[in-house]
Design a protein around this ligand. Structure first.
Ligand SMILES: Nc1ncnc2c1ncn2[C@@H]1O[C@H](COP(=O)(O)OP(=O)(O)OP(=O)(O)O)[C@@H](O)[C@H]1O
Ligand SMILES: O=P(O)(O)OC[C@@]1(O)O[C@H](CO)[C@@H](O)[C@@H]1O
Length: 307
């Protein structure tokens, strides 16, 4: 079973406006709400690709209830821990450019943290655990480490899609998959990355450190996959971008969906890029049809036979 874990879910409040001026009254032309948070996005895309999964994490208040209701409506299994306080509302402003204001999230007590660790302790060999998104302010990075330790003891494959020191600490646990974007890859090594050459250099370092698969996502420029035997470079399909929120999460879901269906590595990567781009070209997350439509437009080249 695939489990996604979102410690700090969100309701994504998407506000479209012709122009947004700070310090003025701006009128929206369209507003919408989506259940959000990185792990929850992975769960939603997996489900659209017919992969059963269970969403874990903390939810609270009317916003948390919205997430639970929406996931139920989409027939996604959940095992959330309900906490006092409100799940955050993340504002996604769409004017001439995309601007995001992510909320803080509720305070999580030790009792609730332990309850989540207890759920991780129920996982079994062969399960996959996706740890995705930021931590709420009341939880420090060592919490991801605790979860990774429990997963490792049980031979559960771990996927990590977060940033900052939580991402850095994940490397020691030799995760199954890391999906940094270019900026996050640079942060991992304390450098700013400006060239493909540098991406390759630092991507390889992650593999040398024991990470099994690394996908560095490059927005409209596609992505690069690193594995101990091969480096694959994908060009993303071209299209009209409607919403890049969740594109990275869709990549993770696309890769996992193909992997659990035993697709070869290159096909799993193709699926991953198609899912990311399909989300970028959609208002909500990608649909299965859109992923299939884009599959043949993803071009992949093999950089070299061995890293
Ligand atoms: N403008 C675009 N055109 C085509 N594909 C895109 C575009 N933006 C994103 N994608 C697709 O989505 C994938 C992930 O995008 P990106 O690198 O922006 O992820 P991210 O930074 O993790 O995003 P987020 O945190 O918003 O989910 C890319 O590798 C690509 O396949
Ligand atoms: O604040 P975090 O946890 O880093 O990111 C949260 C978030 O921006 O990520 C998702 C897109 O990847 C959105 O659904 C959500 O609002």
């Amino acid at each position: 079973m695939i489990y996604t874990c979102t410690l700090n879910p969100s309701v994504d409040y998407v506000v479209e406006a012709q122009q947004i001026e700070l310090g003025k009254l701006n009128r929206a032309t369209k507003t919408s709400y989506f259940p959000g948070g990185k792990g929850i996005n992975v769960s939603r895309v997996l489900k659209r690709l017919h992969i059963h999964n269970i969403a874990l994490g903390f939810i609270g208040g009317f916003t948390g209830q919205f997430i639970a209701d929406e996931l139920k409506r989409e027939h996604i299994l959940t095992d959330f821990i309900t906490v006092p306080g409100q799940t955050r509302l993340n504002i996604k402003l769409k004017g001439e450019r995309e601007t995001e204001i992510n909320g803080e999230g509720p305070v999580i007590s030790d009792k609730h943290k332990e309850a989540l660790i207890d759920k991780i302790k129920q996982l079994k060999k062969g399960d996959i655990l996706v740890l995705a998104g930021s931590l709420p302010p009341s939880i420090d990075d060592t919490f991801y480490v605790m979860m990774m330790e429990e997963a490792k003891k049980r031979k559960v494959a771990v996927v990590v899609d977060t940033s900052g020191s939580a991402l850095k600490q994940a490397i020691a646990y030799e995760p199954f998959l890391l999906k940094p974007n270019q900026m996050e890859l640079g942060e991992l090594f304390g450098v700013s990355i400006h060239s493909r050459h540098q991406i390759i250099e630092y991507g390889k370092k992650l593999i040398d450190n024991g990470v099994q698969h690394v996908i560095v996502s490059l927005a409209g420029d596609g992505a690069i996959l690193f594995h101990k035997d091969v480096i694959l470079i994908a060009q993303a399909p071209k299209g009209m971008v409607k919403n890049s929120v969740g594109a990275g999460d869709s990549m993770v879901a696309g890769f996992l969906a193909a992997y659990v269906n035993e697709a070869p590595l290159e096909e799993a990567f193709r699926y991953s890029v198609a899912a990311g781009s399909a989300t970028a070209f959609s208002e909500d997350l990608c649909t299965e049809d859109e992923v299939y439509r884009l599959l043949e437009q993803v071009t992949i080249i093999r950089m070299e036979d061995r890293v």
